[in-house]
Design a protein around this ligand. Structure first.
Ligand SMILES: Cc1cc2nc3c(=O)[nH]c(=O)nc-3n(C[C@H](O)[C@H](O)[C@H](O)COP(=O)(O)OP(=O)(O)OC[C@H]3O[C@@H](n4cnc5c(N)ncnc54)[C@H](O)[C@@H]3O)c2cc1C
Length: 402
């Protein structure tokens, strides 16, 4: 019998899961994707919108196009509550949708409002409103003091790796790309770039070899970094910290704290911050027909697209094993894989698993890394949210680990 499968969220995790089910289990399910947006947002390209003026339409993939082919229905509404006992999802228009299986892939909320003064004086890159807004500001920037940093995110005791900043890669991109922008526009001499992190160290999710490789790049570009700084307020020309210290600032670019989606808290399916715990098959600990993948999952740390994809694959193989009776479930072997643009044609690729007990802490810096990022982002955009073939990723990792 055909079952009802609902996916909440069409980001990295939701699309990966959707495409897998459509390809391998399409006769088993009637699929519905719910997303409150009209387009899937390719977040790793947002720094290029913010600091290189890339068109925002080039990071938005319309759901209409994603859903065109195949047997899935798209519902453009916001989920307000799930009733897991009744297997129903309530939408913001009062309607509800029932399911046999559910994937929650609703990502994390970037809580700009949690930072006093952000809306008046702060800038960011985390979505398709903030990124073009920063580009507009940069275009009229005449040099000055630039402050860049992450706010501290709070976690429940269900989060096993409670990083102070759940995704610091974009901070690395912003500082190098702003540096590049200022140099290109002859503004670097009259500008300073000060970076802060709430963590004990900058990039606390990777090991010493990566720090050792990044340090000379940061120093060479005259960027200063301070640690253990928790932002409390942004003013017109100042960033204030909880320890009473402050930094003079003419341009404050901040990654806000993360929290889980509101409907998770309203539905009592997650912790007090709206993140959800699962087992290693990405199944909800109590409601076994609910899968959770991506930033909203407590196991997802740091909050990365690469980890969202790994989790979506595990959730898919777990669902498939239930349908086919063949138990072949991908193991959860998290790793950090991200490419940081550094402006122009330079980038740094980081492959690291030391946070999870592994022994790899590899960086690849230069134009090849830049080309790889361009290749990945273009592939994702032009194939409407497909990842490059798995063999490409596997070969690349094997090569780097040699
Ligand atoms: C600026 C920036 C740069 C980044 N760069 C990289 C990078 O280079 N590499 C990397 O691996 N990761 C990167 N990341 C992290 C990566 O983007 C995230 O980890 C990834 O997007 C998480 O995927 P997801 O599917 O969990 O959530 P998302 O991609 O956030 O998707 C969640 C979806 O759920 C929908 N949704 C949310 N709430 C509701 C609701 N109530 N009802 C209906 N729909 C809802 C949203 O509209 C959204 O479409 C970056 C992040 C940022 C902010």
């Amino acid at each position: 019998m055909v079952k009802k499968l609902v996916i909440i969220g069409g980001g990295f995790a939701g699309l990966r899961f959707l495409y897998n089910v459509k390809k391998h289990l399409k006769d088993n399910f009637e699929i519905t994707l719910i997303d409150e947006r009209k387009t899937s947002l390719e977040k790793p390209s947002l720094p290029e919108v913010a600091m290189e003026g890339k068109s925002v339409s080039k990071v938005q993939i319309p759901f209409e196009k994603i859903m065109k082919r195949g047997n899935a229905k798209f519902v453009n509404r916001s989920v307000v509550k799930i009733s897991p006992e009744d297997q129903r999802i309530e939408l913001d228009n009062g309607e509800s949708i029932s399911y046999d299986y559910l994937l929650i892939a609703a990502g994390a909320v970037k809580d700009y409002n949690a930072i006093e003064g952000f809306n008046e004086y702060g800038y960011s890159v985390c979505d398709d409103v903030q990124a073009p807004r920063l580009w507009e500001r940069l275009k009229s920037f005449n040099g000055g003091r630039v402050v860049i940093g992450s706010a501290k995110t709070e976690w429940s005791n269900e989060t096993q790796i409670p990083l102070a900043a759940p995704c610091e890669g974009p901070i690395g991109e912003i500082m190098f790309m702003v540096d590049h922008f200022l140099r290109e526009n002859n503004l670097r001499e009259k500008s300073s770039i000060n970076v802060f992190t709430p963590g004990e160290i900058f990039f606390e999710d990777v090991g010493e070899p990566v720090h050792n490789n990044l340090k000379p790049l940061i120093e060479k570009n005259g960027i200063s970094v301070v640690t253990k700084k928790e932002i409390s307020k942004i003013e017109a020309q100042k960033v204030r910290f909880k320890d009473g210290s402050e930094m003079e600032s003419d341009l404050s670019i901040i990654i806000p704290p993360y929290r889980g989606p509101e409907f998770v808290k309203a539905s009592d399916v997650g912790d007090e911050f709206g993140f959800i715990s699962t087992d290693n098959e990405m199944r909800h600990l109590k409601y076994r027909n609910i899968f959770v993948a991506g930033d909203v999952n407590n196991l997802s740390m740091p909050k990365l697209g690469h980890i969202a994809i790994l989790q979506a694959d595990i959730a898919f193989t777990s669902l498939r094993s239930e349908i086919t009776g063949i138990r072949e479930i991908k193991p959860f072997e998290p790793e950090i894989f991200c490419i940081m643009n550094r402006g122009g044609s330079e980038a740094t690729l980081i492959l690291s698993d030391s946070l999870f007990g592994g022994k790899h802490d590899i960086t690849l810096t230069g134009q090849v890394a830049h080309l790889m990022k361009w290749g990945f982002d273009s592939y994702y955009y032009y194939t409407r949210g497909h990842m490059p073939p798995e063999a490409v990723q596997t070969r690349m990792e094997e090569f780097m680990k040699k």
